[in-house]
Design a protein around this ligand. Structure first.
Ligand code: UGA
Length: 461
């Protein structure tokens, strides 16, 4: 099938590349010329494991293409996926201006009928507004194409986006007519049947089960996405609440969470306490969902609590830093990890950046290292000293903070790290390191919700 993708961000680019990979003809565009420039030269505008190979292969076999000509992109596909950004407005609402602009573009440029699919995360009832907008713009246009609207939320995670797109556990399509359903079933049939040869699958891994296809109305489909992301945020804030209680009572959050996760009704995922959730999805989606609920007159205090707990995570680590260092001013602090989570260079709403801002405000100096996100962070925080390795960042530091749990930090020679540091003090904002191991190596170690030292076990007589 011929598919157009409007917007080459994380969702658009990964969706476009993966749909090409499973056999469709895909043309992508974006109104950010710099981003398209990078793509046309064979680069990627962001770091995402496994994506470069897929983009490259599908460009070569000409199933994937990029164009600066927005009209050409609109005319190319029978199905157009809108993957534009929906950033938060000041009041927390999703800014739908780019979606509206896409609707206008589609009407102005289409010469045949199109299925317009919302892939961007949008509040419930956006599909209705989109349909109205398409109809209004169509009345103003001399061209006479017809448009159908569908919703198809994306559940991919940054860092594992390619795997998530090719092996999703569910595909949700919100439709109001049979033709739209058939078209979307057609697009997703290779993924539903897992009938393609997976470019990233390790042959040693068992095949993933085929995804469940859920066909819903458009409002429900839109709401599913917000409900999922908000629930994930809720789980994280709950784990952080438990961690705080553990800290005050001398309990160990690792043990508490492990036991909770073994209950299949709870599950272990998204219960890792620490600096809290960041990124461009969870924080903005919970806000947009809150606004939707408030406007509908629903009591959304539960969601406010989730946000408030998250907002206090960086503050809480800063208190520990103050407690340990007494005075932060003129002290050098190493920060490992800048991206909002590992395996991405995305720093949007990254807790690490918030933390660094607060250290700088307190008069501290920061030496930072991240395997991928330094270039992006430089633009946001120019006064930080960016280092080429974790060892360099640790040199002379009076404290070291793990802000993002990149796997490679586990492999560091921590004995050597201790030698290079001015004071062997670790604040582990992600409970990433083994407390005992670090203490045995001579570090003063503070995690989140972990006891200050291992309680001595009484011997059984
Ligand atoms: C999230 C959702 O997980 C995806 O399903 C969704 O498709 C995507 O948003 C989206 O809306 O596009 P993502 O933003 O890539 O994906 O990141 P997550 O893996 O959800 O992590 C979000 C934040 O929560 C990170 O800062 C991470 O460090 C934090 N986190 C996650 C915790 O603090 N504890 C946990 O247990 C898990």
């Amino acid at each position: 099938m011929r598919v157009s993708i409007l917007g080459c961000g994380h969702v658009g680019l990964v969706t476009g590349a993966c749909l090409a990979e499973v056999g469709h003809e895909v043309m992508c565009t974006d109104n950010d010329r710099a981003k398209l420039g990078v793509l046309e030269q064979g680069g990627l505008p962001f770091y995402e494991p496994g994506l470069a190979g897929i983009v490259d292969r599908n460009l070569r076999v000409q199933r994937l293409s990029f164009t600066r000509n927005l009209g050409e992109a609109v005319r190319f596909g029978d199905v157009i996926f809108i993957c534009v950004g929906t950033p938060p407005l000041r009041n927390g609402d999703a800014d739908l201006a780019a979606l509206d602009a896409a609707a206008k573009l589609i009407v102005t440029e289409s010469q045949t009928s199109k299925l317009v699919v919302e892939k961007s995360t949008v509040p419930a009832q956006t599909g209705q507004r989109l349909r109205q907008a398409l109809a209004v713009y169509a009345r103003q246009s001399t061209l006479r194409s017809s448009f159908r609207v569908a919703s198809n939320p994306e559940f991919l995670r940054e860092g594992t986006a390619v795997f998530d797109s090719l092996h999703p556990e569910r595909i949700v399509i919100g439709v109001q007519d049979e033709t739209a359903e058939l078209q979307l079933r057609g697009i997703y049939s290779p993924i539903l049947e897992q009938s393609f040869s997976c470019p990233i699958h390790d042959p040693a891994c068992p095949p993933t089960p085929p995804p469940v296809l859920l066909v819903t109305d458009i409002n429900s489909s839109e709401l599913i996405k917000h409900a999922c992301n908000t629930f994930l945020a809720l789980k994280i804030s709950y784990a952080n609440l438990i961690a705080d209680i553990c800290e005050k009572t001398g309990a160990n959050v690792d043990q508490v969470i492990e036991a909770m996760g073994l209950d299949p009704r709870i599950g272990p995922a998204f219960l890792r306490p620490g600096l809290g959730f960041g990124g461009f999805c969870l924080p903005k989606d919970i806000q947009a969902f809150l606004r939707l609920g408030e406007r509908a007159g629903i009591d959304v205090s539960l969601l406010h609590a989730v946000e408030n707990i998250n907002r206090r995570r960086v503050e809480s680590l800063m208190q520990k830093l103050h407690q340990a260092l007494w005075v932060i001013q003129h002290k050098c602090i190493a920060v490992l990890g800048l991206s909002f989570k590992p395996d991405t260079d995305d720093i949007r709403f990254a807790p690490a950046l918030d933390l660094i801002r607060q250290i700088l405000d307190a008069g501290g100096e920061v030496r930072a290292y991240d395997p991928q996100a330094i270039e992006k962070a430089k633009a946001e925080l120019p006064t930080v000293t960016y280092c080429e390795s974790a060892y360099q960042a640790a040199q002379g530091a009076e404290a070291l903070i793990i802000a993002t749990e990149w796997e490679q930090f586990r492999q560091l020679d921590w004995a050597l790290m201790r030698e290079t540091m001015g004071r062997p003090l670790i604040l582990d904002g992600r409970n990433f390191l083994q407390a005992n191991t670090m203490r045995t190596l001579g570090f003063e170690y503070y995690g989140v919700g972990r006891p200050l030292e291992e309680p001595a076990r009484e011997a059984i007589a």
